[in-house]
Design a protein around this ligand. Sequence first.
Ligand SMILES: Cc1ncc(COP(=O)(O)O)c(C=O)c1O
Ligand SMILES: N[C@@H](CCCC[NH3+])C(=O)O
Length: 464
Amino acid sequence: MSRYAHPAGPRHADVLPEEHPPIPPHDLTELDADVWPRSAARAADGELTIGGVGVTELAREYGTPLYVLDEADFRARARDYRLAFGDADADVYYAGKALLTKAVARWVHEEGLKLDVCSGGELAVALAAGVPPQSIGLHGNNKSVAELARAVEVGVGRVIVDSFDEIDRLERVAADRGRVVDVLVRVTTGVEAHTHEFVATAHDDQKFGLALSSGAAAEAVRRTLASAHLDLVGLHSHIGSQIFDTAGFEVAARRLAEFLTEVHAEHGTPLRELDLGGGLGIAYVTGDRPLEPKVIADRLLGIVRRECESHGLPMPRIAVEPGRAIAGPCGVTLYEVGTIKDVEGIRSYVSVDGGMSDNIRTALYGADYTCVLASRASDTEPTLSRLVGKHCESGDVLVRDLYLPGDLRPGDLVAVAATGAYCHSMASNYNHLARPAVVAVRDGAARTLVRRETEDDLLRRDVG
Ligand SMILES: Cc1ncc(COP(=O)(O)O)c(C=O)c1O
Ligand SMILES: N[C@@H](CCCC[NH3+])C(=O)O
């Protein structure tokens, strides 16, 4: 999404793409409330504080790069979702793939949400955090027998089945253990969500789910209903991620309601649940306009209610699975500026001490981010810049186009906003960089949730 209007200055006119010419913001110190964590503020001397803790102290204590999480903000956003769906017969599952640590899993549970995991590893974190298995849903397009076995043995609340192979596998696993497992069938509705191709998940030509159009979903319903060890609770649909409107959900809900009617007619069984998945977008840059949870809840519930009424179906229990919308906005990544290279007449390349290993999203999806000088204020002339990492890739870009103060210097701290989701959870050790710590801040205090990796960590598995 382009966030800038047309440029003023001539300096970069010849090299910037016509359609994305950035203009300098009015005030480089400003913290757009839509983009930054709720507790983000500037201290009197201009230093950025989050949860009442200054970034200089955070960097001194925990090093950089550093993922900083505003705990109160995370909890508030989780609560907002629960309350938004609160009066309805509905469950909110936090999608752990966005960000999962033991503390995060506990926060989610304490705030009254359930938890969606999509691998044995995520399940292990949830269980280690003490989340009751009944509150956990297991996703995944290629769950192994071992993952299914663990889920069945601990008694997860539901498994969202994604293929015929999995239905067979899960049935064997459940039968061997004398269990009956609650399942939802993941259905692809053919909706083309308005988002990046890599994160759209309901069109037919991709790996997730069982298509309505081909009859695969109907066959999956038949097979699960016929099984003595699977209890078909309902249907699941996830149309994609970072979506700003509810139109796609509306189309998906309509198709699901039609399908529920067909299932009812064929089997005489009204399915009890409809899980509409996650995918709600957040503001990464000024101008991004996500919907409020209450608006989303009212619209989604309204859509399903209308569709069910028009098909003469009872209203099913609704579930949603927001990940990014809860974790994303409350996280910030702190970096230390290392090298500044002015490419004459083009832009300034500002290299920081992390990069695509702690945030792959810009390289992978062309994602936009907001970044500010965080350790001090400056009112010098804005310089068109590109925030880059220290990896051996020219595509190692964190923020493609941004303005930073002209007096930026090595040793300054910069902060990138809205990195709470899909940054730590997608981090790698590329170039043998140690992954950053995750720190929670709240009421003027900070604590480590995940410690920084060390050289020993990097060498531990290298046993040759
Ligand atoms: C099945 C499922 N549920 C929930 C989510 C969470 O999505 P988001 O973080 O966009 O809310 C995803 C990821 O897109 C998903 O695949
Ligand atoms: N990881 C993606 C979204 C995929 C969500 C999981 N299905 C992102 O950063 O936007």
